[in-house]
Ligand binder design. Structure first.
Ligand SMILES: Nc1ncnc2c1ncn2[C@@H]1O[C@H](COP(=O)(O)OP(=O)(O)OP(=O)(O)O)[C@@H](O)[C@H]1O
Length: 219
């Protein structure tokens, strides 16, 4: 991101959710982004995922110019390159863990059998070989988030954007999930994790803080 600005304007006020943001990260890096509520963390992730567009500045993910790409190109970016993990797992309750993970692959036109095979492989990668056939409510909070991570990585997507992924987890599950992000980054994944949790920085390579829409490098 270079010189990225994003403002939300209403008749009453203008809120600068991103101000002149300069940000670079590369494969294998675990980036932790801290910041108070309302500082602009979700805005940052939405811009990186192409879910929102900047008012000015440049956003480049690999060879995609996200700021100028049309909606179809940005949707393709999320299907092929960038996976998003939310605070609440957002799994489909009627689908098993494996079916949830297979969904993005079926959306890409992969035959059901092949999608299922890859889903099992991704679940194994996040340490969930056993419960692949369970429904979300039959899993712990930490396991559900792991399913969300597996779904975000299917189809060789190697960039993970996570917005408060441990917000609904207890202390042990929080450490487990940060540990999983660390392992995945050691395998070459780039993870950008927005978190209030100070433990995130123990696992991260780089730490940034968002203050009133400005991204400040911490360590
Ligand atoms: N759609 C919108 N319309 C108007 N203002 C918005 C909109 N989305 C976000 N904002 C404002 O932009 C600022 C940044 O919001 P953002 O959601 O990025 O913060 P955040 O750091 O992710 O907060 P939290 O930790 O509470 O999720 C806030 O002041 C918020 O009120």
């Amino acid at each position: 991101m270079s010189g990225v600005c994003r403002a939300y304007r209403s008749a009453a006020e203008t809120v600068w959710a991103a101000r002149d943001v300069e940000f670079t990260a590369r494969a294998g890096e675990f980036v932790c982004v801290h910041g108070a509520s309302g500082s602009g963390k979700s805005t940052l992730l939405n811009l990186l995922a192409g879910l929102d567009l900047p008012d000015s500045g440049e956003i480049r993910v690999g060879d995609v110019d996200v700021g100028t790409a049309d909606e179809a190109r940005r949707a393709a970016l999320r299907l092929r390159t960038v996976g998003v993990v939310f605070q609440e797992h957002n799994l489909i309750e009627e689908f098993t863990a494996a079916e949830n993970v297979a969904l993005p692959l079926e959306a890409r036109g992969l035959p059901v059998g092949e999608a299922h095979e890859e889903a099992l492989a991704q679940l194994a990668r996040v340490g969930l070989s056993g419960p692949a056939d369970r429904l979300p409510w039959q899993l712990s909070g930490g396991q559900r988030q792991r399913v969300g991570v597996a779904r975000a990585l299917t189809g060789r997507r190697e960039i993970l954007l996570a917005d408060e992924p441990t917000g609904a987890l207890d202390s042990a599950a929080t450490r487990d999930l940060f540990g999983l992000f660390r392992e995945l980054c050691d395998e070459g994944v780039l993870a950008v994790v927005c978190s209030h949790d100070p433990r995130c920085r123990e696992y991260a390579d780089t730490v940034h803080e968002v203050v009133d829409g400005r991204l400040e490098f911490r360590s």
